[in-house]
Structures are given as C-alpha cells and as structure tokens.
Design a binder for this molecule. Structure first.
Ligand SMILES: Nc1ncnc2c1ncn2[C@@H]1O[C@H](COP(=O)(O)OP(=O)(O)OP(=O)(O)O)[C@@H](O)[C@H]1O
Length: 251
C-alpha cells in the first residue's frame, strides 16, 4: 500500500538578494544604477516519488541538492509551486527540532502544545509529559520556560516528544546529530525500534554507510531532481562514483 505520492512536484525559493529587498534598498540601488531584479531558484524540479507503507527510504545528495526541502514538502511545512503531494497517516517530522516551541512557556506546556500539533489530545500529552521529560533527561526543568534551555536540550525535548508514540511515518533529517553522545545513543536505540516496526521511515543523511545499512531503497537528488532511485547499495555506489569524478557537486 502506498502512503506517500508526489506527482511532478516543483518548488522555487527566493534567493538572498530578494531577502534584502525593501523599498529603501530598492530606491537607493536604482539611484546608484545597481538595481537587479530579485532572483528565484528552482529547488525541486518535477519530482515523482512513491513510498510504500513500512518502507525505509534514504535520501542522499550533495549540499543544497534539495533533500531537506523535499522532506519539508512531504510534511506540509512547504507548499510546492506545482504538482501534488499525497500522504496517508500521521507524520512525525524530526526536522528543525524544537522550532515550534513557545520559548516563554514551560516545558510541560510546550509538551502539551507540541503534542496537540502532532495530533495527540491534551489529556494524552499531560499523561505522557513525565515520561517525555525523563527520556529527554530534563525532569528538573519541567516548569521553567523553554528559553532557559540550551539548543541541544531543546532539540532533545523535540526528539523526545516527536518519538514518544510510534508514528505511521517518521521523517528524519540528519537527526542523529541531536544532543551529546549519551543522548545520541538513546536516539539510536529508540529509532532502532521504529526500524523493526511497520513505521515508514524517510531519512536524509550524509552518512552513506548508515543509509546502506538501514534503508532498503535510496533516492539520489542533484539540483532538485531525482538522479536515480533503487536499492540503497546501488544508489550509494553510483553517487560515490560520481562524487569521485566530481559530477555530484552541481548542487
Ligand atoms: N529558507 C530558504 N530560503 C531560500 N532558499 C533556501 C532556503 N532553504 C534552503 N534554500 C535553498 O534551497 C536549496 C536546497 O536546500 P536544502 O536545504 O533542501 O538542501 P539539502 O540537500 O538538504 O542540503 P544540505 O545537505 O546542505 O543540508 C539550496 O540552494 C538552498 O540555498
């Protein structure tokens, strides 16, 4: 059964020049004769992708090739400019962990809010909060505002909430870099349980041996396009051949 389908998905993003675009800058650059039209970059280019239930899919490619953007489109964080994205089931997006927290609210209140955002009830989240804090090693911080946590602690809290209940679809973006060594080991153990289960997993990583060992299939992105998709060892092999010959660095 298919759980994710992307048909002809394309997405453009503004380039840096457009970020500094405002009226004053524009008038000054006109007067100086430096005005350039704000740019756009095609970040995803006509992506077709089908993922089956329970599949473990690795997404590889050089920096800037569009891997994280693809995950964000699948999670619904970004909307494609053209094409269609269909997803069946609950998604736990382990992307930009903690980005959705309200820094003024306590950890417990954030756990409840974040959980509700992921589709759980307030009651369920209140019951789970002690266990979530325990997993994140943050029990003594339960009632302080999130803004008092370090970035690693915030990411630990985000990971603990998002993985508290096994989701239908787990989306991981270089997530094994969360926290210190002790916490990384806990993450690996928890994720290992999902790998054994029927959870569908999409993982972006530059750790190619990890992709080969843990994914049946891999997709190689370059310049926002799928170069090839197939058994992980074959796709990783082709990608490595091309990096050796310099062809994969086109972004
Ligand atoms: N917020 C943003 N606004 C504009 N452009 C962006 C934004 N985020 C990413 N991009 C651009 O989109 C392209 C793809 O970025 P993306 O983060 O998806 O790449 P990636 O393959 O995940 O890279 P990496 O391996 O470095 O994490 C890059 O050219 C990047 O500059």
């Amino acid at each position: 059964m298919e759980v994710i389908r992307l048909n002809n998905v394309s997405l453009w993003r503004r380039t840096q020049e457009e970020f500094s675009y405002d009226l004053k800058t524009t008038i000054l650059s006109f007067l100086d004769g430096r005005y350039r039209k704000p740019g756009r970059k095609q970040v995803l280019d006509r992506i077709d992708l089908v993922v089956s239930a329970g599949e473990k899919l690795g997404i590889i490619g050089s920096n800037g090739s569009g891997k994280s953007t693809l995950l964000k489109v699948i999670c619904g964080i970004l909307k494609p400019n053209t094409g269609e994205v269909r997803v069946q089931g609950d998604i736990a997006p382990l992307i930009e962990l903690g980005a959705g927290f309200d820094s003024e609210l306590s950890l417990v209140d954030n756990i409840v809010l974040y959980g509700v955002f992921l589709g759980f009830s307030r009651q369920q989240m209140r019951e789970r909060s002690q266990e979530i804090l325990r997993f994140a090693d943050l029990e003594s911080y339960a009632d302080v505002p999130v803004k008092t946590l370090s970035s690693g602690m915030t990411a630990r809290l985000g990971f603990a909430i998002a993985t508290d209940v096994p989701p239908d679809i787990l989306i991981l973006d270089e997530v094994l870099s969360v926290g210190d060594e002790r916490f990384k080991e806990k993450c690996r153990n928890r994720l290992g349980q999902f790998w054994q289960s029927h959870t569908t997993v999409l993982v972006v990583s530059h750790d190619l041996p990890f992709i080969e060992q843990s994914c049946e299939r891999a997709v190689w992105l370059s310049g926002g396009r799928i170069v090839c998709s197939g058994p992980a060892t074959e796709v990783v092999g082709l990608y490595l051949d091309s990096t050796r010959s310099g062809a994969a660095n086109i972004g």
